[in-house]
Design a protein around this ligand. Structure first.
Ligand SMILES: *[C@@H]1O[C@H](CO)[C@@H](O)[C@H](O)[C@H]1NC(C)=O
Ligand SMILES: *[C@@H]1O[C@H](CO)[C@@H](O)[C@H](O)[C@H]1NC(C)=O
Ligand SMILES: *[C@@H]1O[C@H](CO)[C@@H](O)[C@H](O)[C@H]1NC(C)=O
Ligand SMILES: *[C@@H]1O[C@H](CO)[C@@H](O)[C@H](O)[C@H]1NC(C)=O
Ligand SMILES: *[C@@H]1O[C@H](CO)[C@@H](O)[C@H](O)[C@H]1NC(C)=O
Length: 429
């Protein structure tokens, strides 16, 4: 149970928890603030989005409380370790895994910055969400000599067939990777030129900041995050080329290399949250890197249909027994709809009962929440009946913080989370 909340609505929750709280830390599993107090960005700026979202809420005590927090407090906003910058944290409007997205996340108060990692042909680690996403997150197809190295170079749309390309980090060297520009995720399947193929985000994103996002190696990301004085999270992306790669580069060598990069970069175990979807990576780190594994996060993907979800719940007991402490499910695993209201799912009840530190993904990745039913949006798939409008994001966050007790959460636009965290004094520094 949580015990640091003492005002308004939160007091209702806190009173029942008070008795069991005396010996627990008031931060309650929320990542401790960085020990490094030298912070490059001293002023956190939340911009207009939190206000838009609060105004959009249905009337409720929570809305009143958030409105007061938004409009009447004169205190400066603080950064929060509860707020994780997903693919940087400015990803809603700024190319993912670019310096610019990370800067935006940091300025919007993300306490933890994410680098997903993939390897290049010369076995260097770089920040990319998928090993084979270069054709729709960078300008690679518009650079002829690099396009030529892609597994599938760009082929224009013709005769009713869509344009295609497939370009992986393993197709190029680190030096070549560094010449790319990060662009907004998306491609134009009707494109007849490579220039038309790239930088084609959905209408609710924008290409306004997409001139040439600066790409990052893992070492670049470590350096930037350290300079900013923030915490690090790194996901070992599942390879999309056959392993072992190059004959002898195995999954274990790759998993070890990620830890070695952070060690080499001078990042202590308490400043790093490793992540993987592959359970074997978790077991590997627990066995070989116990200090870094203490904060390793298992990304759950075992409940992708309603039929499978009970298996995912059943699996939790094993993870616990193996020593996994941090669990990262997508939002829909944690929430169910009951009479048009969001409630804790069976998965959330079980995960909480087992004492997992829960870090869900991902907020601000879905366009307008007015459209989630119509789109059958992945992030709301099991509770879309309880989601009607953009302001519902705070009802969702409130359930996840006050009832489920999540310790942090990923967002594509860090201000949304940082705002909520400031209102309820979660992980601030
Ligand atoms: C509780 O959290 C604070 C802030 O992160 C930290 O300074 C303190 O050492 C923690 N106390 C315990 C008992 O873990
Ligand atoms: C997609 O590609 C086609 C053909 O090259 C082009 O006419 C069209 O403008 C492109 N669409 C966008 C949104 O860039
Ligand atoms: C602490 O912050 C300073 C300045 O922002 C930076 O140079 C240094 O590398 C940071 N140290 C760590 C361990 O992150
Ligand atoms: C992998 O094989 C290459 C030669 O193809 C060799 O240079 C390298 O040392 C080997 N690495 C390991 C870890 O065995
Ligand atoms: C989770 O459960 C499924 C189905 O019971 C099983 O196939 C899978 O191996 C389990 N996953 C892990 C990581 O234990």
């Amino acid at each position: 149970m949580r015990c640091s909340l003492a005002t308004g609505l939160a007091a209702l929750v806190a009173t029942t928890a008070a008795a069991s709280c005396s010996s627990t830390n008031s931060t309650n599993g929320v990542p401790a603030p960085p020990k490094n107090t030298s912070r490059k960005i001293k002023r956190v700026d939340l911009g207009p989005r939190p206000g838009y979202l609060v105004d959009d809420m249905d009337e409720s005590p929570l809305k009143t409380e958030l409105q007061q927090c938004l409009d009447t407090s004169t205190k400066p906003w603080k950064a929060s370790t509860w707020s994780i910058g997903h693919r940087g944290g400015g990803t809603l409007n700024i190319p993912e895994h670019s310096v610019q997205s990370n800067m935006a996340g940091a300025r919007m108060g993300a306490g933890i910055l994410e680098c997903d990692t993939a390897f290049t042909s010369d076995l260097e680690l770089v920040c990319r969400h998928s090993q084979c996403d270069l054709h729709y997150t960078t300008n690679i197809v518009a650079i002829p000599e690099l396009n030529a190295k892609c597994i599938t170079p760009f082929t224009p749309a013709a005769g009713g067939k869509p344009a295609t390309a497939n370009c992986c980090t393993a197709d190029i060297t680190l030096a070549e990777f560094k010449t790319l520009c990060a662009t907004m995720e998306g491609f134009n399947a009707s494109a007849v030129t490579p220039e038309d193929f790239i930088n084609n985000p959905p209408s609710w994103r924008t290409d306004l900041y997409s001139h040439c996002g600066k790409v990052l190696s893992v070492q670049d990301h470590i350096k930037l995050t350290k300079e900013l004085g923030l915490l690090h999270t790194a996901e070992l992306k599942t390879p999309e080329v056959p392993m072992p790669f190059n004959g002898n580069y195995t999954q274990e060598i790759y998993a070890q290399q990620l830890v070695d990069e952070y060690r080499k970069g001078g990042v202590p175990p308490e400043d790093l949250y490793l992540q993987s979807f592959l359970y074997d990576d978790m077991l590997f780190w627990l066995k070989n890197e116990p200090e870094y594994a203490a904060q390793a996060v298992f990304l759950d993907s075992y409940g992708e249909t309603e039929e499978e979800l009970p298996n995912a719940v059943a699996n939790l007991t094993n993870y616990k027994a193996d020593g996994v402490k941090y669990l990262s499910p997508p939002l829909p695993y944690l929430i169910s709809a009951e009479n048009g209201k969001m409630v804790m799912s069976e998965y959330a009840i079980k995960a909480k009962e087992l004492g997992f530190k829960i870090i869900p993904w991902t907020v601000d990745r879905s366009g307008s929440l007015y459209d989630v039913k119509e789109n059958n949006n992945y992030y709301f798939m099991y509770f879309k009946d309880a989601v009607n409008k953009d302001g519902d994001v705070f009802t969702m966050l409130d359930l996840m913080w006050k009832e489920i007790g999540i310790v942090a959460i990923f967002s594509d636009w860090s201000a949304t989370l940082t705002f909520y965290a400031n209102c309820f004094k979660i992980g601030l520094f």
